[in-house]
Design a protein around this ligand. Structure first.
Ligand code: NAD
Ligand code: TYD
Length: 331
């Protein structure tokens, strides 16, 4: 591969993927294609070498911009999405526009431009909640919130383009991801940055919901493995192997930021809050992938990154975010 288009490459995971590709594949040119919604941020790509990286501002729903950007690309990796469950609970129109219709446009334009491979970045949330054990790729999706439903619908368009047009489409379902440059509406960077400022940590419900934490670099390596070695039409889970209750995660963040439990603010539960996510990663492991980041090290490094990069998150938290935070939490 010589040239890859990364949609949503100015977001959290997409920008980590761009950095990883530039680092590990010296022959590669990357085109980042991003609408720069509230969570897209060119500061996330500040280290990308301009000689090997081009940025195009555009909506994945706009074929007139996306089509030309895809010319000459060997692959497209779609990260572009509305990605926050809580926002989807306040209205799902943008989620359907980007995560369903937008994915269809990516597939259609990739087909027209003769792009050899499409990778759709999806989520473990499409399976829904599971009390015990872990979902495998053969289990039927059972999304339980509008965000997850929109991601599952987008995936189905991928399957359809494979069946109908023979397009090479691979889908990944990653678990809850953490690391540097994550927009601070998601629980981990929200709690870390609030704790650093001595602000309350709004913990939903009883704090006993379980998430499986995957370091962003391990997620990106998993996507890279599926892109290069995955079979067309297949789905690959990317688990973190680090299940934690939200209360455990919160306590760890408090320890690492030198704060105590008086900062924990129990708030009303998220409606339809999925209790536990868990996925089995054997299928991707069989292609040679394995997570490298140990949880204790990963969380410590991540908290340190937010300590060292105050400027990055303060800029975000002083903008549109403030209005969102007031609306969401009334705090
Ligand atoms: P993010 O919100 O940080 O980034 C999304 C990016 O997509 C932003 O740069 C945004 O500007 C861009 N975008 C949004 N709508 C667009 C549009 N219509 N056209 C072009 N660009 C658009 O999200 P993230 O956490 O980096 O998630 C990336 C992908 O990974 C998503 O598809 C998400 O569903 C998936 N995922 C995320 C997680 C997680 O824990 N964060 C876990 C599994 C899967
Ligand atoms: P989140 O980061 O929104 O990811 P997802 O909903 O995709 O798993 O939330 C992770 C967990 O943290 C989830 O169980 C909800 C919980 N949570 C809180 O308790 N308080 C918060 O303010 C947020 C944003 C999430």
């Amino acid at each position: 591969m010589n040239k890859i288009l990364v949609t949503g490459g100015a977001g959290f995971i997409g920008s980590a993927f761009v950095r990883l590709q530039l680092r590990e594949h010296p022959e590669l040119h990357i085109v980042t294609y991003d609408k720069l919604t509230y969570s897209g941020n060119l500061d996330n790509l500040r280290d990308a070498d301009p000689a090997r990286h081009t940025f195009v501002r555009g909506d994945i729903n706009d074929p007139d911009t996306l089509g030309p950007a895809l010319e000459g690309c060997d692959a497209v990796v779609n990260f572009a999405a509305e990605s926050h469950v809580d926002r989807s609970l306040n209205g799902a129109a943008d989620f359907i526009a980007t995560n369903v219709a937008g994915v269809n446009t990516v597939l259609d334009q990739a087909r027209r431009a003769g792009v050899g491979r499409v990778l759709l970045v999806s989520t473990d949330e499409v399976y829904g909640s599971i009390e015990e054990g872990a979902f495998r790729e053969t289990d039927a999706p059972h999304p339980r919130n509008p965000y997850a439903a929109s991601k599952a619908a987008g995936e189905l368009f991928g399957t359809a383009y494979g069946e109908t047009y023979g397009l090479h489409v691979v889908t990944t379902r990653g678990s809850n991801t953490y690391g540097p440059y994550q927009y601070p509406e998601k629980v981990l960077p929200l709690f870390v940055t609030n704790a650093l400022d001595g602000l309350p940590l709004p913990l939903y419900g009883d704090g006993m919901n379980v998430r499986d934490w995957l370091h962003v670099d391990d997620h990106c390596r998993g996507i890279d493995t599926a892109l290069r070695h995955g079979a067309p039409g297949e789905v690959y889970n990317i688990p973190g192997g680090n299940e934690r209750r939200n209360i455990e995660l919160t306590r760890r963040i408090l320890e690492l930021t030198g704060r105590d439990e008086t900062l924990i603010r129990p708030v009303a539960d998220r409606v339809g809050h999925d209790r536990r996510y868990a996925i089995d990663g054997a299928k991707l492991r069989a292609l040679g992938w394995a997570p490298r980041m140990d949880w204790d090290e990963g969380i410590a490094l991540t908290v340190q990154w937010y300590k060292d990069n105050e400027g990055w998150w303060r800029k975000i938290k002083s903008g549109e975010f403030r209005e969102y935070y007031r609306r969401q939490y009334g705090l």
